[in-house]
Design a protein around this ligand. Structure first.
Ligand code: PMV
Length: 360
């Protein structure tokens, strides 16, 4: 597949109005995407667990209007008009218009809500952009009903990528790869694919307890962070490392080797933050409590046979990952030792999920 394959063919069916609702989850990368080329093409491949509880629900209402030169839409978050989201959606529409030429034919009302508080520091761009891309694909499918499920998902992921890179990994589950990798069959820079190889039962229903260390606005956005990878002194090594780490993950995923899995996942999280610290300008998104939590996880693993580990996204919050069979012991540890480091004791219990769902 290439970009041309996603350009909508001319069609005759005129749709006057309608509405679609999709629920789309967030995802957490195990091998991280950090650094991109033009058109949201990643500098290296990444792999993520699709999440289950952290999700965005978006209803897209659309009504035919006289085709004009502008995108016409209103956006609401939890029922409140949210004009400050408009520039981001406008940029998204501009990027995808060539693939969805009907965008200027309609006035859209986008109603969105998240299962997690907006101010929690959990990025809603992956779940939000993927939910919107799926609603738009439902409109496309109405005029081209012969579309296959595979094409629908691929194009939804392709469009979501143009909204926010990591959003392309939120369409399906439970493990998704985005970015061309020589050992992963079917992988593409243009969209996410379901991880195509065997995964051991140790990773079934893997748990992710998200510890909210800092709910504040990030000092440096992902967009700025990605851009700082241009001319970064360690960029090329980092892109190689991510490729190697993805290669190295294939066997542990197959064999259920949790120790090897932990080593790759934690190293990836720290490498991501090392890139931030060695950018110019340099920045640190971890907070003292992020480090307290990491140290406690390492101590706990040393003292017990636990396979609890951590990963981080572009922020201070910590994703605590562990196998389902260790859930009871892990939750005790989290409650007794880690929750004290969360802002207002706030955390979210999540787990691997299986992708987006249409609800209307
Ligand atoms: O999708 P973006 O542009 O917000 O970038 C996400 C980057 C990380 O979350 C840090 C890593 C990843 O692969 O999800």
């Amino acid at each position: 597949m290439n970009e041309q394959d996603f350009i909508l063919e001319p069609y005759n069916k005129a749709i006057e109005n309608g509405s679609y609702t999709w629920q789309s989850p967030s995802n957490i990368a195990l091998v991280k995407y950090w650094g991109k080329k033009e058109s949201q093409i990643p500098e290296n491949p990444s792999i993520s667990f699709t999440l289950d509880a952290c999700k965005t629900t978006t209803t897209l209402r659309f009504k035919k209007k006289i085709k004009g030169d502008i995108f016409s839409f209103d956006i609401f978050l939890d029922g409140k008009k949210q004009d400050d989201f408009k520039p981001k959606i406008e940029t998204f529409f501009k990027r995808i218009e060539v693939y969805l030429p009907f965008l200027k034919d309609y006035h859209f009302i986008i109603e969105t809500s998240n299962s997690f508080p907006h101010s929690s520091g959990i990025a809603s761009s992956a779940s939000g952009m993927s939910a919107l891309a799926l609603c738009l694909m439902s409109i496309e499918r109405e005029s081209t009903p012969e579309m296959t499920e595979r094409y629908f998902n691929q194009k939804a992921s392709f469009l979501a990528r143009l909204g926010s890179g990591s959003a392309c990994r939120s369409i399906e589950g439970d493990l998704v790869v985005w970015g061309n990798h020589k050992e992963i069959k079917g992988s593409s820079d243009l969209f996410g694919i379901k991880y195509p190889y065997k995964v051991h039962k140790n990773f079934k229903n893997y748990q992710d307890t998200i510890l909210l260390v800092d709910k504040g606005e990030k000092q440096v956005s992902s967009t700025v962070g990605h851009n700082l990878m241009h001319n970064h002194p360690f960029a090329q090594e980092r892109f190689k490392q991510a490729n190697n780490n993805l290669s190295k993950l294939i066997d542990p995923l197959k064999a259920g080797d949790l120790k090897a899995f932990i080593e790759i996942v934690e190293s990836e999280a720290l490498s991501l933050h090392a890139m931030m610290m060695t950018s110019l300008p340099y920045f640190i998104l971890m907070k003292p409590n992020t480090l307290e939590i990491i140290n406690k996880i390492w101590n706990f693993r040393q003292q017990t046979a636990s396979n609890v580990c951590f990963t981080l996204d572009a922020g201070a919050n910590v994703h605590v990952l562990y196998p389902e069979q260790e859930a009871e012991q892990a939750m005790k540890f989290i409650q007794n030792e880690l929750v004290a480091h969360c802002q207002n004791g706030y955390y979210i219990c999540d787990r691997i999920g299986f992708g987006a769902k249409q609800t209307q």
